[in-house]
Design a protein around this ligand. Sequence first.
Ligand code: JFE
Length: 268
Amino acid sequence: MRIDVVSIFPEYLAPLELSLIGKARQDGLLELNVLDLRDFTTDRHRTVDDTPYGGGAGMVMKPEPWAQALTSVAGPGAGAEKPVLIVPSPAGERFTQATAHELAGEDRLVFACGRYEGIDERVLEWAAEHFTVRPMSLGDYVLNGGEVAVLAMVEAIGRLLPGVVGNPESLVEESHSDGLLEYPVYTKPSSWRDRNVPAVLLSGNHGKIAQWRRHEQYRRTAERRPDLLEGFDAGALPRADRTAFADLGYDVVDGRLARRPADGGEPA
Ligand code: JFE
């Protein structure tokens, strides 16, 4: 896969050279280029921003440096598939693990890191001629620019490329994580500062261990991310799993989990 990143802070992307992604580059699985948007300006001050039409606070990124930079990375026009242009934005579609898997299957990705109040909207319209344009949000909070979002997205995508993660079993386990939160993990020593590792994990009973871990996933998900249980397929759950959900306040109704109504009855 080839990834190009355009930013006015190319040094911000230096962490991509390290660890997992750096290794993927060394092994020739990933080609990564970071470009400085200011190299595509033509004025003495290397200007990339201007005041917003319609007024308001802050500055907006000028279109022409973007057009020059994106043209330089667009690649062959005819024949080859359009690269995907990912534009981090608080107003983008949500980037999820499913998005990461989808993008890991692409041959070419280009990331456009905005700053200030964002990029002149016409750049995204124009770019659709050369790219499949995908405005993307990491989550519902506001960053100062696209760079941190790109670090997260490139790491999430890069570790899915064949040969990047050393142990493919950990990816398999993740992918059938069925939309639940992960179970808690422990390592040696078995007793640490008066806290013991749950005995079941030392039992050697792999059936019991798998069941305990699954129930911990249910417990954590109900506690921290009850929204994830709305899509959970509870149709074919073993009796012990139904009981685990019942203890968490959920009944199975028509193959879905239903929060048991709070008991609002009068005291006896
Ligand atoms: C840029 C900014 C005020 C944008 C309404 C470019 N998930 C996510 N959060 N924040 C971003 C992505 C993000 C991405 C690119 C960005 C934020 N900003 C700052 C400030 C309003 C904005 O858009 C500039």
